[in-house]
Design a protein around this ligand. Structure first.
Ligand code: CP
Length: 315
């Protein structure tokens, strides 16, 4: 039983594999237009204190595809604006008897704190520069869908590693699934001691791209920097952006991921973002399947087991 999904360091390889296999089972059910009722009678609350397009909408869609109801909370139009605290807000929502809380917050650790005050499952939809577990699960799912396996694949994560929750969660999950992970960024966008990440760190895209099976591009997170840590956006793009010339260094069959939102022309050239190597929109769709899996595993584990058995899935 998995009570909450807050931190990828807590997940075992077996648990990660379970989420991915359940997502695959849901993919097949959705393709067959099967009506799913695993969350029937349940309500999921999306509590978002930061902007989101993909994560919030895909959690909403995932809940609906499983037959559940969804309520979405936006901090900017709530009583938070009148001074209500995060914990009081979450307790108020729990008093309405929902069945799970999906939370995004700018402060690292806030989903963890909430999980200590609540009795329903808490799912981290991104907390500051700490973690974004469902993004890493959907990235792993997408890579395996495109390349067959993660085992012994080289994944290069390029961009603003220092401020990226996506990089942290992906490093943990991809390594547990057998991939070799490397990061590549200007020194100012890497942690002061890159070895804390537990992966190889490089500074020049030209050194790391030829060996990559997967390139994961990241946006520069200006909103998490006290002052701009690169000389200029133009210079960053010139030396660190994935343009046509750098993409030509990739092996045949190598794929390009980006968690979105993409800053076209900064970290990724429009031509490359829209090329055959890009799987960005597959990531978006797979986000629904993976979030269906996460909600089902956390909210209705027994019901899910019965459904899997009935459908002949041995996960
Ligand atoms: N990848 C991601 O978290 O996107 P959103 O901010 O749009 O949810």
């Amino acid at each position: 039983m998995i009570p909450n999904l807050i931190d990828t360091t807590d997940l075992t390889e077996k648990e990660i594999r379970y989420f991915l296999r359940v997502a695959q089972a849901f993919s097949e059910a959705v393709k067959k237009n099967q009506s799913l009722k695993i969350l029937e009678g349940q309500t999921v609350v999306n509590l978002f204190f930061e902007n989101s397009t993909r994560t919030r909408l895909s959690f909403e869609m995932a809940t609906r595809k499983l037959g559940g109801g969804v309520m979405s909370f936006s901090a900017s139009s709530s009583s938070v604006k009148k001074g209500e605290t995060l914990i009081d807000t979450a307790k108020t929502i729990q008093a309405m008897r929902p069945h799970a809380l999906v939370v995004r917050h700018a402060s690292a650790g806030s989903p963890h704190v909430l999980s200590k005050f609540l009795t329903i499952p808490v799912i981290n939809a991104g907390d500051g520069f700490h973690e974004h577990p469902t993004q890493a699960l959907l990235d792993a799912f997408t890579i395996e869908q495109k390349l067959g396996t993660l085992s012994r694949k080289k994944v290069v994560i390029m961009g603003d590693i220092a401020h990226s929750r996506v990089a942290r969660s992906n490093i943990n999950i991809l390594k547990k699934l057998g991939a070799t992970v490397a990061v590549c960024a200007p020194p100012t966008l890497l942690p002061p001691s890159p070895q804390v990440l537990g992966v190889e760190a490089g500074y020049r895209p030209e050194d790391v791209l030829p060996d990559a099976d997967v390139v994961m591009m990241l946006r520069v997170q200006f909103e998490r920097q006290n002052k701009m840590q690169i000389p200029s956006v133009e210079e960053y793009s010139r030396y660190w952006g994935l343009n046509r010339e750098r993409a030509a260094l990739l092996k045949p069959g190598a794929i390009i991921l980006h968690p979105g939102p993409v800053n076209r022309g900064v970290e990724l050239d429009p031509d490359v973002a829209d090329s055959d190597r890009s799987v960005i929109l597959d990531q978006v769709y797979n986000g629904i399947l993976v979030r269906m899996a996460v909600l089902a595993v956390l909210c209705q584990p027994e019901h899910l087991q019965q459904w899997l058995k009935k459908e002949g899935h041995h996960v």
